[in-house]
Ligand binder design. Structure first.
Ligand code: DAH
Length: 340
């Protein structure tokens, strides 16, 4: 019996396995219920009592040795698999890395910037905490204009005449005091208004302002640039419509509509049956504005426009509630993907 155990031990020590399947076959052959090691138990019953202790220990040692041997073979196999050419890729991330997405307002703003930069506009900016002069005075607002009212504008407590800008038109003035025409700038930025927060209004939002000043600039230039913008932003079939309006800083002034992107003019719920969607304000720069900002209105003319980024994002993405843009809920934010 002892020599049988010894023989089996030698045999097990010499085992080799070239694959997981071979390894499994060895396990069945030696260590399963009907395997060679368990077979010894049948013989064990016939061993005289005085030898049972010694032989029992030997059989246990054999079992452990067989188990150890198979474990060693299993480890060797795993290492060999990892040694394969592409098995070990040190550049791989250990787990899928979550990739962030751009904020929808950033996507829309970047698209606006992209369209106007291809038409020769450069970027300009100014402070969000502004003075009364740049926001209102230099933009030809009368002293008693309602926009100057506390109800619409956030003033600072401590500094008279310092406020949160209510529109990016203030950057027009910042640019004109720095450079003489020709001027071709767009000014993206955040603006603030004293509004109750709801699905349709917020106390801050974003605008992109445009200013073009040169000799011999006419309303047709404005119209063509606006048409090009609308078709690049929405679709090549988009039509525009300019309606007379009033802004203190432009004369004449207009509000611009684009043909409805859903019904293409037939009338639907998005355009409330009109076939048109309002997207921006624009006009020819008022001569007073040029004068107030040190530019000769006899020599130069210009046009300006201002649009709300949220408004355009809403038309593109149909976001129902303005508050979603500033709540930073990733379930909302991760729905927007684009190359910009
Ligand atoms: N500042 C206007 C607003 O906040 C938008 C605007 C209208 C800007 C006409 C302009 C313009 O430059 O010409 O509602």
């Amino acid at each position: 019996m002892l020599s049988k155990i010894q023989g089996l031990l030698e045999e097990i020590k010499g085992l080799q396995a070239a694959s997981a399947q071979e390894l499994e076959e060895l396990r069945i052959k030696y260590l399963s219920k009907k395997g060679r090691v368990n077979d010894l138990m049948a013989d064990f019953r016939n061993v005289p009592n005085e030898q049972k202790r010694e032989i029992g220990m030997k059989i246990n040692e054999l079992k452990t040795a067989a188990q150890d041997k198979l474990n060693a073979l299993r480890q060797a196999l795993a290492v060999r698999e990892d040694d394969g050419l592409d098995a070990l890729d040190l550049t791989r991330t250990p787990y899928p890395a979550p990739i962030g997405t751009r904020h929808p307002l950033t996507i829309v703003r970047n698209r606006i910037i992209n369209i106007f930069s291809r038409m020769g506009f450069t970027l300009a900016d100014g402070p969000e905490v502004e003075d009364d002069w740049h926001v209102f005075g230099a933009m030809n607002f009368a002293d008693d204009h309602p926009a100057r009212d506390m109800q619409d504008t956030f003033f600072t407590d401590q500094n008279a005449g310092i406020l949160l800008r209510t529109h990016t038109s203030s950057v027009q003035s910042r640019v004109m005091e720095q450079v003489q025409p020709p001027i071709r700038v767009i000014c993206p930025g955040r603006v603030y208004r004293n509004e109750a927060i709801s699905a349709r209004a917020h106390c801050f939002f974003h605008q992109v302002e445009g200013l073009y000043i040169d000799e011999n600039v006419g309303f047709t230039d404005l119209k063509q640039v606006m048409l090009t913008f609308a078709r690049e932003m929405f679709s090549p079939e988009t039509e525009i419509r300019l309606r007379p309006s009033y802004f203190p800083f432009t004369e004449p002034s207009a509000e611009m509509d684009i043909s409805c992107q859903i019904c293409h003019g037939d009338g639907c719920s998005l355009c409330k049956g009109t076939g048109w969607l309002e997207i921006l304000g624009c006009g020819m720069v008022h001569p007073n504005v040029l004068k107030l900002n040190g530019i000769d209105p006899e020599k130069y003319k210009g046009y300006a426009f201002g649009m709300g980024v949220e408004r355009i994002a809403n038309l593109l993405y149909r976001v129902r509630d303005l508050r979603l843009f500033s709540e930073n809920d990733v379930r909302f934010l991760e729905q927007f993907t684009t190359a910009y």
